[in-house]
Each structure stands twice: as C-alpha cells, then as structure tokens.
Design a protein around this ligand. Structure first.
Ligand code: ADP
Ligand code: MG
Length: 655
C-alpha cells in the first residue's frame, strides 16, 4: 500500500487558510484592503474582544453582483488579476483571491453586499467554510462582512492568540496604517463599542496624520517632496527636536501600500545624521511612488515586505528627500511660522526681492554684506572672522564693516587675499577670533593645508535673506541671547561653535594623507566583502587606503590615512565596505567622524568661558548664515527660538 495520501479538502483548506489568516489583525487587513480596492470612500471597522468574538467591516464601495457572490469565496477567485502579465503591474492591494475563502473556512462569516445597479443585495453565510445561506437582502450599496468566532474550528490556532488587548492593539495598528495610506477615505474604528479613530477622508495627508497620530505629533512635522531617478517621495518627517525613543512612528508606504523596509529606514536615519540626538529616532509618514514594475510586492502573503528593483535609487531618493527638507526647515528662522509675525516666511519673501543683502543690526549700526558679489557658483568662502581696530579697516573693500564705538568689526572678508603685509597683520589679529580651526591647525600644522582657515558656506542661489540681528547679551556664560526678525533666540555657544568646527574639520581634513604600513595588514573579510572592496577600490583610494589583491583572493592593506594610524584599520575598512553595501550616501567611516567630533569638542569654546559681545556676535552671525549649524555634532540643538507672537501670548498681550 502506498504511503502518500491526498489531503481531504477540509484539511488542505485549513492549511492554506493558515497562511493568510494568522490573527484577527490579518482578517481586518484583508477585508479592509478589499474595501479599499472596491473604491470605498467610507469604511467602518468594528471589533469586540480583540476581534476574536466579532469583526464587522462596512464599506460603501462597488459591492459584488449577485451571481459573483458565491464565486468570490472560492480559493483563487479574484476580479483583480486575469493572467500572468497582470502580475507585473499590480495596482490593487489584493490579487491572490485567497482572503475570503480563507476567512470563511476558519470562522462563522456573513456578508451582505449590493452594487448600485442591482435593486436587491445578496446575503451569504458560511460556517467553517461550508455555505449555509444564499438569499436576497435589502441593503445599501456597498459591502458589510461580519466575522464571528474566529478559529472556533481550529483550536490549535486559538491557543496562539495573545491577550485581547494585544490583539486589538494590533488591529488598531493596521487600521492606522491604512488610514494614513488613504487620506481620501474616511476610516472609523470602533473597539468594544468605543470609537477610537475617525479620519476625515478629505484627501489631505496631514489631516489623516492629525486624526491617527494626534495633535502634538502633527504639529512637529516638516513637509517633504522630492523626486529622483524614477522614485517620488512625499509626506512628512518629524522635526529633529521631536525625535522618538523608538522606530514605531516610522511609516513608509510604497505605491500606497504600507511596507517595512530596511532600505527606507536606513536612508531616513542617515538623512538625520548629526541633527538628532544619539539614541533617538526620527518619525515619518513617507509615501514613495514608483512604477509598479519596479517593486515586487509578491514576496509574502502578509505583503509588508517589498523588494525594490533599484534599491539604490530608493535609498538615495529617501535620503535626499529627508536631507533637503531638514535643510530647508531652518529652525532659527522658520520655527515662528505662527501667524502675526511680520516675516512669516523669509525664504519666499526674499525670492521676490532680488537685492541680496544681509543686514545685521548692532545697537543702531548696520552692516551690509553684499552676497551677490560673494556667491560664486552657489558657494562662498567665509574667511575666519577677525576683529580690527577702527581706523585700520576703512580702506577695506567696503563689503562688510560696522562702526561700533572703538571697534570696526570686520566679520566677513570675502575678497581675495591681499598684500603679504596685510595678510600678516590679519593673522596677528586672528588671536581675537575664535571661530577658526586654530587648535586643530596647530596640532596638524604640517599635515594639513597651509591656507588660512576658512569656513565655506553653501549658499543656495535663491537662499539669501535679510536678517536683522540685535545682540542682547549672554546668560550663565553659556547662552547667547539676541533678537532677529521678530524672534528671540538663545544659542548655546559651545554647541554652536562645536558644530562649526566639526563642519570645518570635515571639509578640510585630507584623508588622502596616507602612510605606507611597515607590515601590510592581511584583512580578515568574507568573500562578499572582498568583492565589494575590489569593485570599489577607487572609493578606498579616496579615503587614503591602498590594497593589494593576492592570487589566493586575499586583500592586503598597504597604505592607510595618517590620521587614523592609531585605530583598528581592518575594522575601519570593514566599516566602509558596510557603508557601501548599505548604499549610504556618506561613506566616511564612523571612527573618522568620531575623531572629528572629539577634536571639535575639545577646541570649541566652553560654556563658562569669557567672551566679548563682538565675539559672540560673530558666532551668532555664522550660525545664522550656515544652515548646517543647527545641531551640535551629537544632535543637541544649537538654538532655541521664540517668536514675538509666542512671547506676547505668554504675557497675555494676545489671546
Ligand atoms: P482578492 O482581494 O485577492 O481578489 P479576496 O478573496 O480578498 O481576493 O476577494 C475576492 C474577490 O471578491 C475580489 O477580487 C473582489 O472582486 C470581491 N470582493 C471582496 N471584497 C469586496 C468588497 N468589500 N467590495 C467589493 N468586492 C469585493
Ligand atoms: Mg482581498
């Protein structure tokens, strides 16, 4: 007698059902997706006891024609897919034709449905997969499905369910994700007779976010819009100061489908690098759109994992989207977007004013910097600020000078280096300025550039603003206070200076200054790492590493950057390999960044140090001009801004 049996239909049904329906959450997800695919504009989900006793989903979508109703409950019956080629461009959420059959086989299910062309609707009922009723019914257009006693006939499954509250939490979570991915649909979620979520369905993502994630969350967002290499990213990311303790608030949607994607998470977090505190996580609701055939959703029945045809483009697009939005959102300027401030949007108001001047007020004295003559192909060089005695600078270019009692404060000098004598005089006066790479330069005077220290500020063409700065002073020898464009600003002088130095060091440190190792180092790497290394050797050259690849497929490190000589070089190489394979934008090894962090930290002015008002103003100016300087390298904020409106409100001048 043979040993192989064909399973009886009931058993094979249950096994198949188990793949689609694991928990109440999967039932709700499948039924909600059906309602969305049916073009519903309003959907109500109601559950009791975590969805184990009762799930009811009502939609106002297309409904199902009477003759199709029993067919819809057959396995692999779908209206969304006809042939193999359709598989390549799935635009509906469902396509397997398994959900209704699976759910019906593990519960007591009832469906009432009507299309707008039919006079009567249809009612159908199943118990453990067996049809019990099929009849006409009077009902509105759309579909209602009730699922009772889930897994009543599969006790093994029932045993694995968690507490009711855990199950209902999971259900709520999926309703939230779907509500966020479809702001054009009004979702209502009722849990044990209590309405928990209700979205407006007005098509606005922000109002869906408001309804689902709450007012406080919605208040602290930055809008994102970017498109690159066939990928489009839109949505919202959290302001750096509204970072979270975990990744739960990171939501990604690909072609309107909620997904979990390591690529997207990594790109998001790299975008926030150096702007968010260590061990905090950004939050987001980001929607990615791309051609349907560049993403494979057919990976798993639960379908939250996706595969991208071009992983790298997705990574880069998300990264650029985040980075651009964060850079545009200048916390020192635009945090006061409360109405009633006289400069609600400096960036846009300035675009209409071609004159590109930066005006800084100082006790009635005004410095004018003509940015036009300075910006050269979108970037200008910002020489280390210098303080000079009055009569010495009148002859200066006239670009930037201010009379301030006995001081002329030559803050920025964008002109070409002058005569040697003048140069020398300037470097003597450098003692007064603290924003330069002096400390670092001393340490490595023969290793790095001999040019005077410069700070380069990237300037967008349309990114020049008129800023009035009025210095107030300093408190606790730590925080600089000033007024700027109807805002009151406090700046942490150490954090600000540290970030300035960090950016400067990063720009000026030449990693290519390499040193031949006395004994070549045999790298202990995997075959995959070896290939990455070999295929990207020019990247490593850029970082000052040189290798030899031996006949027996070993990689020997011959040369390494001088500055990293006391570190574990093998580990650094592996770190760069990892950055390459993760498609990171910034391939710089972590250890190098850490090194620069600590150098910047050590050289930066400390809280408690004595500084003159002029020095502080110089710092303020740099912070204001360079939008990179908004967080210290560890992500602590550099400044806190309060608008006049906010202060007036606190004092009860405005209600
Ligand atoms: P799939 O969604 O993969 O097509 P399902 O088993 O979930 O498979 O559904 C089978 C079919 O039943 C769908 O293709 C659709 O035609 C129909 N259907 C299911 N739910 C609804 C609904 N809420 N409104 C209209 N049609 C529905
Ligand atoms: Mg379906």
């Amino acid at each position: 007698m043979g040993k192989i049996n064909v399973l009886d239909k009931n058993v094979s049904e249950l096994i198949a059902a188990g793949e689609v329906v694991e928990r109440p959450l999967s039932v709700v997800k499948e039924l909600l997706e059906n309602a969305i695919d049916a073009d519903a504009t309003a959907i109500t989900v109601e559950i009791k006891r975590g969805g184990i006793d009762f799930i009811r989903i009502t939609d106002n979508g297309t409904g199902i024609e009477a003759t199709d109703v029993p067919v819809a409950f057959l396995r692999h019956a779908t209206s969304k897919l006809k042939n193999q080629s359709d598989l390549e461009s799935i635009s509906t959420l469902g396509f397997r034709g398994e959900a209704l059959a699976s759910i019906a086989s593990v519960s007591r299910l009832e469906m009432i449905t009507k299309t707008k062309n039919d006079e009567f609707g249809t009612r159908i009922e199943f118990e453990g997969g067996t049809q019990k009723d099929l009849s006409k019914a009077g009902c509105p257009n759309g579909t209602t499905i009730i699922v009772r006693n889930l897994f009543y006939n599969v006790p093994a499954r029932l045993k694995f369910l968690k507490k009711d509250s855990t199950e209902s939490g999971a259900v709520q979570n999926i309703v939230e994700k779907l509500a966020l991915s479809h702001p054009e649909i009004s979702f209502r979620f009722i849990k044990d007779n209590k309405s928990v979520i209700h979205t407006a369905g007005d098509g606005k993502l922000l109002s869906a976010i408001y309804a689902v994630m709450g007012k406080d969350f919605a208040k602290n967002l930055i809008e994102v819009g970017y498109s690159y290499n066939g990928v489009e990213v839109s949505g919202y990311i959290s302001k750096p100061e509204a970072a979270q303790n975990n990744r739960k608030m990171q939501n990604f949607f690909v072609n309107n489908r909620y997904v979990r994607s390591g690529t997207c998470i990594a790109a998001l977090e790299e975008g926030y690098k150096n702007s968010i505190m260590v061990s905090k996580f950004p939050a987001c609701v980001l929607k990615l759109n791309m051609a349907f055939n560049t993403v494979d959703v057919n990976v798993h029945p639960a379908k939250t994992e996706v595969r991208f045809v071009n992983e790298k483009s997705v990574y880069e697009c998300v990264y650029f989207a985040v980075k651009t939005a964060l850079t545009k959102e200048d916390i020192l300027i635009s945090q006061n977007n409360d109405k009633n401030t006289s400069n609600p949007n400096l960036l846009s108001s300035f675009r209409e004013t071609p004159a590109t001047q930066t005006k800084i007020q100082n006790g009635g004295n005004v410095i004018r910097i003509n940015a036009d003559s300075l910006s050269n192909k979108g970037s200008m060089v910002f020489r280390a600020p210098q303080v000079k005695l009055k009569d010495e600078t009148e002859k200066n270019t006239g670009e930037s000078s201010v009379k301030n009692n006995s001081f002329t404060h030559n803050l920025t000098d964008y002109s070409e280096p002058k005569s040697e004598a003048e140069q020398k005089e300037k470097s003597n006066l450098d003692e007064f300025s603290f924003i330069n790479a002096k400390a670092f330069e001393k340490k490595r005077s023969d290793e790095i550039n001999t040019e005077p220290p410069t700070i380069t500020i990237e300037v967008d063409d349309d990114n020049t603003e008129t800023i009035d700065i009025k210095m107030i002073g300093e408190v606790f020898k730590t925080y600089i206070l000033f007024e700027a464009n109807d805002t009151f600003v406090m700046i942490d002088k150490h954090a600000a200076h540290e970030r300035i130095l960090f950016e400067e060091l990063k720009k000026n440190t030449d990693l290519k200054q390499s040193q031949v190792l006395l004994v070549p180092l045999t790298l202990n790497i995997t075959a995959v790492e070896y290939d990455t290394l070999k295929n990207n050797s020019e990247i490593f050259t850029q970082f000052g590493f040189r290798f030899e690849f031996t006949a027996d497929d070993k990689a020997l490190l011959l040369e390494a950057p001088l500055i990293l000589h006391s570190y574990d070089l093998g580990e650094i190489v592996q770190n760069i390999i990892k950055n390459i394979s993760e498609n990171k934008m910034d391939l710089t090894p972590d250890v190098f960044e850490n090194l620069l962090h600590s150098m910047a930290c050590r050289s930066a002015i400390k809280a408690g140090a004595d500084n003159t008002l002029e020095e502080l103003e110089t710092l303020v100016r740099q912070v204001y001009l360079d939008k990179k300087i908004r967080h210290c390298p560890h992500g602590r904020p550099v400044g806190i801004v309060m608008s006049k409106y906010e202060i007036d409100k606190k004092f009860g001048r405005i209600v």
